[in-house]
Design a protein around this ligand. Structure first.
Ligand SMILES: O=C(O)[C@H](O)[C@@H](O)[C@H](O)[C@H](O)COP(=O)(O)O
Length: 266
């Protein structure tokens, strides 16, 4: 690791020499968080995003994790989903199915995907209903400080514009303070219709990881982590500030290259 375990008030930074190291560390981290949740609560409620995140999680499907992780206790949710059919190449469900849960023994009824055969509004309401039910039974924990669900882990990618989940810069969904889910119809990155967790839900999780790689992400990583304009934070990734949970950044050295004080070691 180029820099390991550096903590600042924007969370723990795990900066890696290359993608292979990052993938191993990410798999280790997810396996550890899952084991701790299963020990404490008997289940692991994890929310995924789309993009490169899923392939960066790929080592979970290999030894030793494929055998050591207690997959039967995993419950999978989506921090965001694109409103396309589940067999469409833009679907985050398809991405996760092909890259993850078709390869490990996750219980099909523990996959809490978004309905693709109803209207966007009905899909958003349905997803909200499922999460509400699971919070009632405490399969998903509840935050002590808000009435929001407290996921054991929310895994986020980040776009070069600093978006996380489907929360885009300057979008009104960033201002949502009550609802758990927002329906987006005008996403600046296609496809336009998406369902996303809101910031209150992301910031109520026990653990949040943001995974960003490549030089194309360096500026947004700098703005979000060096907390530029802390009084007027506007970048979605900068607004990820878990109230009681732990935030960890998984970066490669290209994505970290614009961080204040960061030097690439040869
Ligand atoms: O559904 C989505 O579009 C994603 O959840 C999105 O937030 C993604 O994580 C980022 O766009 C980063 O994507 P990359 O890692 O592929 O750059």
């Amino acid at each position: 690791m180029a820099h390991s375990g550096v903590n600042n008030d924007r969370g723990e930074l795990r900066i890696h020499e290359n993608l292979d190291e990052l993938k191993t560390d990410l798999a280790d981290y997810i396996a550890e968080v899952s084991e701790a949740a299963v020990k404490e609560r008997g289940v692991f409620a994890v929310a995924l995003s789309g993009g490169s995140l899923i392939s960066l999680m790929g080592k979970l499907c290999e030894a030793p994790y494929n055998k050591t992780v207690d997959w039967s206790k995993w419950h999978i949710f989506w921090a965001d989903e694109r409103l396309v059919p589940k067999n469409h190449s833009d679907s985050n469900y398809k991405l996760a199915k092909d890259g993850l849960f078709s390869k490990v023994p996750i219980v099909p009824s523990h996959v809490h995907s978004i309905n693709d055969s109803v209207s966007a509004e009905e899909a958003a309401d349905g997803y909200m209903f499922v999460i509400r039910q699971l919070v009632k039974t405490r399969l998903v924990s509840v935050s002590d400080v808000s009435d929001c669900p407290k996921f054991d882990l929310i895994l986020l990618g980040m776009g070069p514009d600093g978006h996380v989940a489907s929360l885009f810069p300057n979008h009104s969904a960033l201002k949502e303070t009550n609802e758990w889910i927002s329906l987006i119809t005008d996403s600046s990155t296609p496809p336009p219709e998406r369902i996303t967790f809101t910031l209150p839900v992301i910031n109520s999780a026990s653990n949040v990881a943001i995974v960003a790689t490549g030089e194309i992400k360096a500026e947004a990583v700098h703005l979000a982590i060096n907390n530029v304009e802390p009084d007027r934070p506007s970048l979605p990734a900068q607004l990820v500030q878990p109230a009681q949970g732990k935030l960890v950044w998984f970066l490669d050295k290209q994505a970290a290259s614009k961080l204040d004080g960061f030097r690439i070691s040869e």
